[in-house]
Design a protein around this ligand. Structure first.
Ligand code: FAD
Length: 299
């Protein structure tokens, strides 16, 4: 007999959430609101991105430092090599260590404006060099990026895997993937990595999509494919945001179910600073708050 719907999802998963540093007071309020909604799901970490060329250096630091000071969830600070000397990057990393931040997501970054990447003359040439540089500063826990559908700058899939291995050999402990919409692409990538003797965890990055045109812009930049079935699922829903949200949750939950069936137990969510979709998907995967707030009895 067919198993009951969702009965296979035991909630034995571990999640992490990614935020971006807010620009305005309104965005800041939204970020903390989302953070506090997701916090009871007991994420293994929450990460905060770093804007192109270090444009959010202070805002990323302020957000990460506030999480470190006010929450028991370990924060992870993203850091890139773009347009900065090693000295500047090392100073940012030292300030994180001093603020009690122990986890860095180490990235190369991209040149603003979409030009081909060029390293700063006194900078780290790529993410692997940055990982080694960070390890020389302090024993950080380091995550790096991985690309199930291959990074656009890579010569071939094998070269991209070799690069991932270099980052892990330099001292990173896990990889988080770019978003993707084909669970099979992720599972094939995970198996190819295992065959290449990469034994560090590779955590799928889940982007719950409710706006295809916004996602297309992001996908074009990083080589992720937006499948035609996804475009057609959102067709005709431009004026129906609530329906789009339902479709978005359904797509992402179905993708996570397939990943779960393939043995995946760790999930990283690109929240875009909104809690609802990520929370709903975690709930569908069987995850429940670690401790429900005690409800006061009223006479
Ligand atoms: P690298 O690992 O250095 O590799 C980039 C490419 O160059 C790969 O194709 C690799 O194969 C190739 N390459 C590297 N070294 C060599 C070599 N020696 N010889 C030949 N080829 C080489 N960007 C931001 O600006 N801020 C963020 O906060 C941010 N967060 C991210 C989080 C995640 C989880 C992911 C997946 C991406 C994130 N990015 C962020 C985007 C990232 O900066 C870009 O994808 C960037 O183009 C590549 O960064 P990387 O760390 O993967 O680079």
């Amino acid at each position: 007999a067919a198993s009951p719907l969702f009965a296979d999802l035991a909630g034995d998963i571990s999640v992490s959430f990614e935020f971006f540093p807010p620009k305005t007071e309104k965005m800041e309020a939204q970020l903390w609101d989302s953070f506090h909604t997701l916090e009871p799901l007991n994420p293994s970490f929450v990460s905060v991105t770093y804007g192109a060329g270090g444009s959010t250096r202070e805002r990323t630091h302020a957000t990460v430092a506030r999480i470190a000071a006010e929450s028991r969830v370990p924060p992870a600070a993203h850091l890139t090599c773009v347009e900065a000397s090693r000295e500047e990057i090392d100073a940012v990393a030292r300030a994180y260590w001093e603020a009690g931040v122990r986890h860095i997501v180490a990235l190369r970054g991209d040149v603003p404006g979409g030009e081909p990447y060029r390293a700063h003359p006194q900078g780290y040439a790529n993410a692997a060099e940055l990982v080694a540089g960070l390890k020389a500063i302090a024993p950080f826990d380091i995550s790096v990026a991985a690309y199930p559908e291959v990074h656009p700058d890579a010569e071939c899939p094998q070269a991209d895997l070799d690069n991932l291995k270099r980052k892990l050999d330099a001292g990173a402990t896990r990889a988080i993937t770019q978003f993707f919409f084909s669970p099979d692409a992720f599972l094939r990538f995970r198996d190819a990595a295992a065959a290449a003797r990469i034994d560090a965890p590779i955590i799928p990055g889940i982007l719950p999509v409710s706006n295809v045109s916004q996602t297309r812009r992001m996908a074009d930049m990083c080589g992720a494919a937006i499948p035609p079935w996804m475009v057609s699922l959102f067709d005709g829903l431009d004026g129906l945001p609530a329906a789009r949200q339902l479709i978005a949750a359904t797509i992402a939950a179905e993708m996570c179910r397939r990943l779960y069936a393939g043995g995946v137990r760790d999930f990283h969510f690109y929240t875009l600073n909104r809690a609802e979709l990520s929370y709903a998907i975690c709930h569908l995967l069987g995850l429940r708050p670690a401790a429900l707030p005690i409800k006061e009895e009223t006479a």
